[in-house]
Design a protein around this ligand. Sequence first.
Ligand SMILES: [Fe+2]
Length: 231
Amino acid sequence: MKKIITLIVTAAFVAVNHLAVAQEKTKTVFSFEPLPYAYDALEKAIDAQTMEIHYSRHHKAYFDNFIKAIAGTDMEYMTLEEIFGSMSKFPASVRNNGGGFYNHSLFWAVMSPDGGQPSAALEKAIVSTFGSMEEFRKQFEKAGATRFGSGWAWLSVDAQGKLFISSTANQDNPLMDVVAERGTPVLGLDVWEHAYYLRYQNKRASYMEAFWQVVNWNEVNRRYQEAMGAK
Ligand SMILES: [Fe+2]
């Protein structure tokens, strides 16, 4: 009898514990956010049709396919940063679509029709790292221009709090453990043809030059401050 009671108590204890663990585990909310401005708001650099197709079709497809790729896995409980930090352990569908989802979300945020100027702290860091704002822009554009095929140009903060420029292929980004130069991106530029082909055709350099007119420095400043605060 004593043995039976012990078994029942043990079973009840295990059940309660399982319930507690199940209740603690909450799914991460991944959401497809609205574009923070109208499709034609960035006309001085990017045409409305490109913005509409890019956001409502390309970005939406990355988001939908990412949600499908993580369904029923532990990744539903992880943040994008956690997933990217262990990217090498996960399938290519998560790398491509999770990357596409994150990269485009960042891209929309770091653009604006009226984005202010680099903060004193960011400008100081850019000048001390690259020599001047002009030299920084040149090196950033070069990173995008020399990316063969599709990919991104980035300005990021590394683990030591130092700025660096890099380029990644396809939908990779500097948060992923599969890329050579790792850090926290504060500015990103999409250099896939779908980002510029309608207005600029094959002239990627002209698109990159125009990009500076719509950079949302207020957001880049915020991301830089946040990345430095985490050091
Ligand atoms: Fe894109």
